[in-house]
Design a protein around this ligand. Structure first.
Ligand code: CTP
Length: 399
């Protein structure tokens, strides 16, 4: 069982430490509390003890009493130290290395990771002294959660409100359970979004792809540790943190960018690439001529990026995933796309207008692979992305 040493300092937000202890216990963590003298004005040691089911180390606890747990032992027996709430005062002591009570002594003596949840009046938080202290602490690797912005007990509004217990729990879990990264050292190429095929310098042919699914896949792959190159058409969604984003407009630019990104261990083609481009695109804007007929657009096929990259050869990624957006005969069409394009997996989705999938936030897909097809429940696009990233990691692990 992982152990959290919860240091409660004296601020109005101290009562939230009780709710946090309850959440930590529910999450299966063991909690030991240490308090500053001021904290005891806000929460009683008895309630901390009752909720944590452990002895509380109060401000007057003797640091020299060898029959009890000393400050070194207190920090040694914990996996993580969490200061909730972290007042301006205790943060200043941490930054300066002052050890004048049990809490500050433990914080100075520890070699364990430390998380602080600052809570104070907005002016105290914004004061250059506090800001400089936060910078010092962050520079030393202290983890920080919050503060939030909002109405405060002192009738002011702004940053300084302590993060809510669920957010602190999430920060604690992230620190205690380093994420599993099965794709560490792997490079994955992802395409996303629509392409724009120019008619003239101001007009283009496009489609309704939002890029949400492709971008979510890139983000999920980054979370699993992959180095991700995301080749994206024009989209309104933000870049996924941690991916190398290459922005392109047309299908031919997308193909060039994909080829330049190789070699890759895996590739996911989620872009809605225009199948055709305008053969006679002009370099200058097409003008209306009085009485003249509307211009005729001649279309020629675009290169198939998925089929090109998936074709057998030394630069073929080990795992290639394509998408099939269909309105009819979903499984049969997707199955034939798998073979025709030489993909290892096809994510097939029904994009009939009534599904609301194209441009929406959810997706209902079938995954077609070497062992047949499986139906996934309707999920948020982020959850589809997470599952797919895990499948890619598993397939690469077996390859
Ligand atoms: N794709 C691609 N390059 C293209 C067209 C499609 O890389 N020029 C990829 C898409 O990113 C997707 C898959 O191929 O992963 C399927 O695309 P889709 O448009 O559904 O299939 P098509 O092969 O174009 O067939 P159809 O339009 O007949 O459904």
């Amino acid at each position: 069982m992982k152990r959290v040493l919860l240091i409660v300092s004296g601020g109005i937000a101290a009562f939230k430490a009780l709710e946090l202890i309850r959440l930590l216990r529910k999450a299966g963590l063991s909690v030991v509390c240490a308090t500053t003298e001021n904290a005891e004005q806000f929460v009683t040691p008895l309630s901390l003890q009752a909720l944590s089911e452990n002895k509380v180390y109060g401000a007057l606890f003797s640091l020299t009493d060898e029959s009890e747990m000393g400050h070194i032992q207190l920090s040694r027996s914990a996996d993580l130290l969490v200061v909730v709430p972290a007042t301006a005062n205790i943060l200043a002591k941490m930054a300066a290395g002052i050890a004048d009570d049990l809490a500050s002594t433990v914080l100075l003596a520890t070699d364990k990771p430390v998380l602080v949840a600052p809570a104070m009046n907005v002016r105290m938080w914004l004061h250059p002294a506090t800001q400089a202290n936060m910078k010092t602490l962050a520079g030393r690797g202290v983890h920080i959660v919050g503060p939030d912005e909002g109405a405060m007990a002192c009738n002011e509004f702004g940053p300084g409100r302590m993060a809510e217990p669920p957010a602190i729990l999430a920060a604690i879990s992230a620190l205690l359970e380093p994420p599993v990264r099965p794709l560490l050292g792997r490079h994955v190429l992802v395409t996303s979004g629509p392409t724009h095929e120019p008619i003239d310098p101001v007009r283009y042919i496009a489609n309704r792809s939002s890029g949400r699914q492709g971008h979510a896949i890139a983000a999920a792959l980054v979370r699993l540790g992959a180095r991700v190159t995301l080749v994206s058409g024009p989209v309104g969604v933000p870049d996924p943190a941690g991916a190398d984003v290459v922005r392109v407009e047309s299908a031919r630019e997308m193909l060039d960018a994909c080829q330049a990104a190789l070699p890759a261990d895996a590739a996911v083609f989620a872009a809605a690439v225009a199948d055709w481009r305008v053969a006679n695109a002009t370099d200058s804007k097409i003008k209306k001529q009085p009485g003249a007929a509307a211009p005729a657009l001649e279309l020629v096929p675009n290169p198939d990026i998925l089929a090109t990259i998936a074709a057998a050869g030394p630069r073929r990624p080990q795992i290639v995933v394509g998408f099939a957006a269909e309105t009819d005969d979903l499984l049969a069409n997707a199955q034939s796309k798998l073979i025709r394009k030489n993909a290892d997996f096809i994510v097939a989705n029904d994009v009939s207008p009534e599904t609301g999938i194209m441009g929406g936030t959810e997706n209902a897909v079938h995954l077609i692979g070497p062992n047949g097809s499986e139906e996934w429940p309707r999920l948020a696009k982020d959850a589809v992305a997470q599952r797919l990233a895990e499948r890619i990691a598993a397939a690469l692990g077996q390859a």
